[in-house]
Design a protein around this ligand. Sequence first.
Ligand code: GRF
Length: 197
Amino acid sequence: MKNIVILISGGGSNMAAIVNTAKRDNWASRFEARVAAVISNKPESKGLLFAAEQDIPTEVVNHKSFASREEFDEALAKVIDRFEQPGAPVLLVLAGFMRILTPGFVGRYAGRFLNIHPSLLPAFPGLHTHQRALDAGCKVAGVTVHQVTVELDHGPILAQAVVPVLPGDTAELLAARVLAQEHLIYPRAIAELLRKQ
Ligand code: GRF
């Protein structure tokens, strides 16, 4: 069985979309894959409650408990690697995980490490993507699923979805329109990857 480990920091709606799709589309029998754990760096993440309700093991690795980025990443990797199966490395999925990870950590999971970013990369890496898209006068916005590499919000693009920017849009309205697409393309991109493996 291939174990998918999802890292979150907040609401976890992308994580929930992945969990729901995995169940609905029976990833266990189709791909021999399952969401094996949900890990948050924030104890108050609402997504942890959803995961627990789904009987998915949850863990908290609180970044505030560590003196350095390196120590946090090392502790996080230890927890992730508990879900490793012999011959089947974990597929690591960032879903609203709001920490910058060290090159050592990224290298450890290279090639099996995905992120979703709410812009049409390479435009607008980093924070406040929706406001920046509005400020730039973009006529379209969107979302990107990509492989994680050392450079933040870069890496080979696996999937994108485009949404229109509408008259009167605020960052909140645009974010909601983009999020609805995130929930569709992230599970689809993961399924595509599992199918190819
Ligand atoms: C999403 O827009 C994601 O792309 C971004 O943070 C948001 C997280 O939302 N990185 P959720 O926690 O999945 O609901």
